[in-house]
Design a protein around this ligand. Structure first.
Ligand code: T1G
Ligand code: NAD
Length: 705
């Protein structure tokens, strides 16, 4: 139970303190307490005005998201009722906002008669990221205060705004210079408002900013067009726009009712359930077996990266971008120069796109120190090895690292397929060794698989988890196995795509189905982007262990032999016009595919979009089930994040394991069983999938213990 709100007297001002740790979520008990305090103040003849502020590190994170499914969010007083009561109050109410005010925690101040804040505070309406629209008047009041274009930007992106910016826009009435002054400034403003004649000013009555929008009727359609790419497939951004349109077109109360209906519809949608799942999945992923809140973390102020190739250069950039100095080493000057040129080129391109200033790019570059002197990395807090994928070489490097690194240094390998335990075993301190599996391009992709070796210490895990957040990554802990979680689940997906084109589909059909499902691109477009030569090299590496009695599709190898390496040669699974990344189906590939089917004795057939989707998705889910039962991953929501951040799985579908739960685990199992009966190889249902289907369970509820 949260502490009841306090109502303190400061002269004629009643000061109400919200106190519901850790984030002052507006749960039912807090709403009741706020209502009680407010009503007591209304009745008190000595009180002429109110200030609402919060204890703790922030004003409020908004509605209690956990109440969405319990129904408590709809119990009286609802947030909407509270805000209406505050706005209608004859005694002025000033919100004193610090830390963060998000969602309902920002809609509450919007319903107050004035807002005061301090520098560094973030305010915003992130509801869209949860698949909903703001549900307590945010879409109606914000445009009245800051105008429609700024409100569209803020609400549809869900991005928070600094209070300083809010002050410029007229959203915040006064800024206190520091947190210590915040309540004083708010009390003075409340007194001033109380001294004015007439009822206090209400945001709902303002129309000047809406009138501007009415003069620009194309505004909403232009905005819709501008977000078409990034919002593809999402329902909530468009629902937000409709609510803001309603603010412009309808009287306040009708607009509010429209917002409420839209909110309820969104909240009950599968998309919102999926996006709420992702919110909690991200927080859950920070809980790692054996790591406690109190587990000590190493502070990382100097990093080193071994190898400045494709991955090493990108990894070095991640540190520099986070303001952490990093040394990169190579064995030979030419390689070092090439690596640094690539890094410089990357920064220059970001600058040319206007996403980074020249000065910031220079400052970041200055944090990257190229060197041929291996011993110079001896003082690093963390060393990340990103040399060639070769066990003998990695062992040699870790032996050398063991000899020179500080005893408390973290020694990480970026291997994508080698055994982290075997690498750790060459050192005298395997507890300091961990896998850090970045994804290419390492400076862009958000996913970081943290590979926990048999002996990796909790301190090292806690340190790299904290570090991953600092360098902008979503760190997901996985265990040691061939290919870890992400790539291991990717293989069956790519493999079935390959079989489907032998059986009758074409790359453009498969890619269209996957794109329409919500991925940024399909498996063949992805192959062309990554380079078919890269895939070929990986297969060569695996060739000695490939089971020769199981089905294998040779088409990708043939494309490689034809010199079709993907986008880099303008020809791969598709054809590309010079300078363009748009895939165009190519007759040469079509003919190759048809010829290969013939050679393999496969009679080509019409393949439905539904089969394509299921043949690509269900085997990867099936592999996810194996990853879970082997204990490689602690929970299914971690695998959801791996796919969201590693491969662009559509967020509004919650990730592959959540998707399996939403279509029904039994359906996935029955379909896999049918596929297995027809196609035999590679498609055997995983025991966990079968068990959950039999027991009516879900991946979400499954836990290893
Ligand atoms: N409801 C319930 N629990 C919440 C919560 C919330 N709104 N926000 C945070 N928590 C929990 C979180 O799960 C974690 O729990 C702990 O608090 C600390 O959070 C009507 C419908 C504010 C920036 O979307 O963005 O208002 O894991 O680890 O990194 O229109 O929390 O410890 O058990 O994230 O310092 C809109 C969501 C709601 C904001 C703080 N609001 N929160 O970050 O801590 S919908 C949001 C955040 C709404 C109205 C509607 C962040 C934060 P545990 P944390 P943090
Ligand atoms: P790369 O060939 O582009 O880069 C490797 C670099 O290491 C080269 O520049 C090479 O000169 C340098 N190097 C070799 N021996 C060295 C030594 N003894 N000391 C210092 N530098 C040395 O390879 P990459 O794609 O960057 O892969 C590096 C590692 O990352 C591999 O283990 C790979 O499996 C892994 N990985 C690659 C990807 C990817 O998509 N490319 C993704 C995740 C992980």
């Amino acid at each position: 139970m949260p502490d009841p709100d306090h109502l303190d007297r400061r002269g004629a001002v009643g000061v109400i303190t919200l106190d519901n740790p850790p984030v002052n979520a507006l749960s039912l008990s807090l709403r009741v307490a706020l209502q009680d305090a407010f009503e007591a103040g209304l009745e008190d003849p000595e009180i002429e005005a109110f200030v609402i502020h919060s204890a703790g590190r922030m004003f409020s994170a908004g509605a209690d998201i956990r109440e969405f499914d319990s129904g408590a969010a709809g119990e009286s007083p609802t947030l909407g009722e509270l805000i209406a009561m505050i706005e209608a109050s004859p005694k002025p109410v000033v919100a004193a906002v610090h830390g963060a005010a998000f969602g309902g925690g920002f809609e509450l101040p919007l319903g107050c008669h004035a807002r005061v804040s301090v520098p560094g505070t973030r305010v915003g309406l992130p509801e869209v990221t949860l698949g909903i629209v703001p549900g307590a008047g945010g879409t109606q009041r914000l445009p009245r205060l800051i105008g429609v274009p700024a409100a569209l930007d803020a609400i549809v992106s869900g991005k928070p705004m600094k209070a300083e910016k809010g002050y410029e826009l007229g959203l915040i009435d006064e800024m206190a210079s520091s947190l210590d002054d915040l309540v004083d400034v708010a009390v003075r403003l409340a007194e001033k408002l109380a001294a004015e004649d007439g009822p206090p000013p209400k945001v709902r009555d303002r129309d000047d900013r809406l009138a501007e929008a009415r003069e620009n009727p194309g505004l909403f359609d232009d905005f819709r067009a501008s977000i078409a790419r990034r919002a593809r497939g999402f329902e909530a951004p468009y629902a937000c726009i409709e609510c803001i349109e309603a603010a412009v077109e309808k009287p306040f109360d009708e607009g509010l009712a429209f917002e409420r209906e839209t909110f309820t519809r969104c909240r009950n949608s599968l998309q919102s359930k999926a996006q709420r799942h992702v919110f909690f999945a991200e927080r859950e992923a920070r809980r790692v077996r054996g790591v406690e809140k109190a587990t000590p973390k190493a502070s990382i102020s100097q990093a080193a990266v071994l190898g400045c190739g494709t991955m090493g250069g990108g990894i070095a950039m991640c540190f520099a971008n986070a303001g952490i100095p990093v040394r990169v080493t190579e064995t030979e000057q030419g390689a070092l120069d090439r690596g640094m040129d690539k890094i410089r080129g990357n920064y220059a391109s970001t600058v040319s796109k206007g996403r980074l200033s020249e000065a910031d790019a220079e400052a970041r570059l200055a944090l990257i120190e190229p060197t041929l002197d291996f011993d110079s990395i001896a003082d690093a807090d963390i060393v990340i090895e990103a040399v060639f994928e070769d066990m003998a070489l990695k062992k040699e490097i870790f032996t050398r690292l063991d000899a020179i690194c500080r005893p408390d240094a973290i020694m990480a390998t970026n291997t994508s397929s080698l055994d982290v335990d075997e690498i750790a075993a060459v050192t005298s301190r395997p507890e300091q060794v961990v896998g850090l599996h970045f994804f290419s391009p390492a400076n862009v992709m958000r996913l970081l698989e943290i590979v926990r070796g048999e002996k990796t210490s909790p301190e090292v895990l806690a340190s790299v988890m904290a570090m991953s957040g600092r360098i902008g990554k979503v760190g997901i802990v996985v265990g040691v196995c061939d290919a870890f979680a992400a790539n291991r689940m990717l293989y069956p997906y790519a493999q079935q795509a390959g079989f489907l084109i032998e059986e009758g589909a074409f790359p453009e059909q498969v890619d269209r189905v996957i794109y329409e499902f919500g991925f940024p691109m399909g498996p063949f477009g992805l192959g062309d982007l990554a380079g078919l030569d890269v895939g070929w090299r990986v297969r060569q590496h695996r060739e000695p262990t490939r089971p020769k009695d199981l089905r294998y599709s040779p088409i990708a190898d043939r494309l490689y032999e034809m010199g079709r390496y993907g986008q880099k040669t303008n020809r791969g699974w598709f054809r590309y016009e010079e300078g363009s990344r748009t895939p165009i189906p190519d007759l040469e590939v079509t003919e190759l595919i048809v010829r290969t089917s013939e050679e393999l004795g496969i009679e080509r057939r019409e393949i439905s979009d539904e089969e394509i989707l299921q043949r690509c998705m269900y085997p990867l889910i099936n592999m996810g089930a194996r990853v879970l039962e082997e204990g490689i991953s602690e929970r299914s929501s971690d695998l959801d994040l791996v796919w969201l951040y590693g491969y662009g799985f559509p967020r509004y579908r919650g990730g592959p394991m959540f998707y399996a739960d939403s279509v029904g685990v039994d359906h996935v199992y029955e379909t896999m069983k049918r596929f297995h009966e027809v196609h035999t190889d590679w498609l055997e249902p995983a025991p966990l999938l079968e068990r959950l289907a039999r027991e009516g369970g879900t991946f979400g509820d499954w836990s290893a213990s």
